[in-house]
Design a protein. Structure first.
Length: 163
């Protein structure tokens, strides 16, 4: 995607709408905008597929994404719905692993994305900002882990009652 002035301004406006970035000042947002872009998905379009190489993370500006995971018998099961302010693909910036799920747009969706390359360039230019972003990502991953742990505990508890 091209980075002309118009898309940079759009990207910054999208970032301003995301709660995760409300503690960032204008200068920080300007630096981030130069290393990010926005994408638009049509309804039914895939953002990525389980097993793809992870090269970017993204934030939902508007729309709805569905996160699907393959079950043992090969069926896709919806494990999460992502709406405005949600993030996806954080692990791609941290461990460069393959995608652990498939993500599809349930309706037209706009996202702001940062590639692993973009993140590396940003941290070279502005290490402090890189650290701040890593802290935000760590918080997101931690919240997701806590949520998953709670769901797992509920699931195991429910299964105990069945036996």
């Amino acid at each position: 995607m091209e980075h002309n002035q118009e898309t940079e301004e759009d990207t910054r406006n999208f970032l301003l709408n995301l709660p995760i970035f409300n503690s960032f000042d204008v200068e920080e947002l300007d630096i981030m905008t130069k290393h990010m872009s926005y994408i638009q998905l049509k309804r039914g379009e895939y953002l990525f597929v389980e097993g793809d190489r992870g090269t970017f993370m993204g934030f939902v500006v508007n729309g709805v994404l569905e996160v699907l995971k393959k079950s043992e018998n090969g069926e896709n099961i919806t494990i999460a719905r992502l709406t405005k302010g949600s993030s996806i693909g954080e692990m791609a910036l941290i461990d460069k692993s393959t995608r652990s799920a498939t993500v599809i747009a349930k309706q037209a969706t706009t996202m702001v994305t940062m590639t692993d390359k973009g993140f590396s360039l940003l941290t070279e230019k502005s290490p402090q900002l890189g650290i701040k972003i890593i802290q935000k990502i760590a918080r997101l991953l931690s919240l997701n882990m806590r949520r998953t742990s709670s769901k797992l505990a509920d699931l195991m508890n429910n299964n105990d009652h069945l036996g």
